[in-house]
Write a protein that binds this ligand. Structure first.
Ligand code: BES
Ligand code: MN
Ligand code: ZN
Length: 493
């Protein structure tokens, strides 16, 4: 479903496109170079700006008819003021491509003035994000009713040839994001642990990575009683621990490990969730999708680093074989865990995957998980929860989030919170109560990655949206693909 992306110098007189998008900030001007575009619209562009029909506010759009040939339609998209250039460009490009899809123009040309490598990359990421759609499980409309999906996008910018690397990076990120969003959008009956494993094998084959997939039997041998406690409620389905190894860095360099929670559906188990909105829990594998999407991008870019991607995938179900509150299990690390609420399954899976990840002797571990509803209460849908004890690594992750447009915000992990996990019967209990739910979840995880620099990302509020966000529809957002990629790129320099 990927779209064709290219870059071209803006020669509006020679331009032939079904849709020209002009991204403009507040106080938009009809500059000399736009006079050709004005002509194509029969003067409507100049009139609209003069009458202030379009003012360039963020997300503002105005559609104008174009000429019979050449520039056939024009769409103005506002970028607002005061935003960093790359973020504004990415956002406008996303909105533009989404509108092109709704109009059915099939292609579009995007112009936001002069771009540097970073903003060209952002434009491409935006175009691909806006063009993404998932209609595998919908019957197509009759031919005459169909609108053409966006299949190509052209970035117009001066010195286009010099932007080649930015464009290429944008395509790689766009593809990784699209992969993650497609996996996220897939219903739980179609996106199973086996499908995530197959996707990992395909990524490995495309980019020459090593792939290892462990099932229930292998995990039993490794003593992964915590992960398997979750999986035992779904006896019909083999849980998967998936490992992808990208080894393009120096041999003596320790890898970065990216870890993802891959619950293909989370019913809550015996501590079952309320029925309302339970269908959203198909998104409980967005952390895993983020890891796979990032590995796809890292492979495409051929980054000169060592990266290990790990995914723990299963389904949390109530059943006769399901784990029960009060059960005690022995984790891969050797620690005994008292299970309190079976709906806190993600941390049980991650405990064993993090402990297993230590075997790769990673320089840094970042996990991403739709881990707690409490994170949505704390930070809403705007920021990913960022937790970790290593201040330097936390800052590096926050910076990567900022640069990539997928922002995070730190929450503390003081010892007072850890005390809430004391168990009467086992080494630790796995839930610390309702207060500070995101923090105590991270404190629990920290017990299984001791001694390794580690940051936890709670993406419960950011990896998917229950509502249409305007620039993208309800569903997976692509978080945390860009953040992961940006972090790894930072290490590749
Ligand atoms: N997958 C959920 C968290 C979640 C909730 C993600 C809403 C996205 C949107 C997780 O497994 C869960 O159920 N967490 C519980 C933990 C509690 C039982 C301690 C929660 O947040 O309620
Ligand atoms: Mn749960
Ligand atoms: Zn969950």
């Amino acid at each position: 479903m990927s779209i064709k992306i290219s870059a071209q110098n803006p020669d509006f007189a020679a331009l032939n496109t079904p849709l020209l998008v002009l991204a403009m900030g507040t106080k938009p001007q009809l500059t000399r170079e736009l006079s050709t575009v004005d002509k194509a619209t029969g003067g409507a562009l100049g009139r609209a700006l003069k009458a202030r029909d379009f003012r360039g506010a963020r997300d503002e759009v105005l559609f104008l008819g174009g000429a019979a040939s050449g520039i056939r339609r024009v769409l103005l998209v506002g970028t607002g003021k005061g935003e960093p250039r790359t973020d504004a460009v990415r956002r406008a490009a996303t909105l533009a491509a989404r509108r092109a899809g709704q109009l059915g123009t099939g292609a579009l040309a995007f112009y936001a003035g002069a771009l540097d490598g970073r903003s060209a990359e952002a434009a491409v990421v935006g175009l691909m994000a806006g063009a993404w759609h998932y209609d595998e499980v919908r019957t197509p409309l009759p031919k005459e009713e169909q609108r053409a999906p966006v299949t190509s996008g052209v970035v117009l910018a001066p010195r286009a040839a010099s932007l080649a690397r930015g464009i290429e990076a944008g395509v790689a990120i766009g593809e990784g994001q699209a992969l993650a969003r497609t996996l996220g959008m897939m219903p739980g009956n179609l996106c199973t642990p086996e499908v995530l494993a197959r996707t990992a094998r395909e990524i490995a084959r495309r980019h020459g990575m090593k792939v290892t997939v462990l099932g229930r039997a292998e995990m039993e041998k490794l003593g992964m009683g915590s992960f398997l406690a979750v999986a035992q409620g779904a006896p019909h389905e083999d849980p998967k621990l998936i490992v992808l190894e990208h080894r393009k860095g120096r041999k003596d360099r320790r890898p970065v490990a990216l870890v993802g929670k891959g619950l293909c559906f989370d019913s809550g188990g015996i501590s079952i969730k309320p029925a309302a909105s339970m269908e959203w829990m198909k998104y409980d594998m967005c952390g895993a999708a983020g890891v796979l999407g990032a590995m796809e991008t890292i492979g495409r870019l051929g980054l000169a680093v060592n990266v290990v991607g790990l995914v723990g995938s299963t389904t949390n179900m109530p059943s006769g074989t399901a784990m029960k509150p009060g059960d005690v299990v022995k984790s891969h690390s050797g620690k005994y865990i008292e299970i309190i609420n079976t709906d806190a399954e993600g941390r049980l899976v991650l405990a064993d995957v993090l402990s297993y990840a230590k075997g790769f002797k990673p320089a840094a571990v970042i996990d991403a998980a739709t881990l707690t509803g409490a994170c949505i209460i704390a930070l809403g849908h705007t920021a990913t929860g960022v937790l970790g004890a290593d201040d330097t690594l936390v800052q590096e992750v926050l910076d990567a989030g900022e640069r990539s447009g997928q922002r995070g915000w730190r929450l503390p992990m003081w010892d007072e919170y850890k005390a809430l996990l004391r168990s009467e019967v086992a080494d630790i209990k796995h839930v610390g109560g309702r207060p500070a739910g995101t923090i105590t979840a991270a404190c629990f995880l920290s017990e299984f990655i001791e001694g390794t620099p580690w940051v936890h990302l709670d993406v419960a509020g950011t990896a998917f949206s229950e509502t249409d966000l305007g620039i993208i529809p309800a569903g997976p957002t692509g978080v945390p693909v860009d953040l992961f990629v940006e972090f790894v790129r930072g290490r590749a320099r």
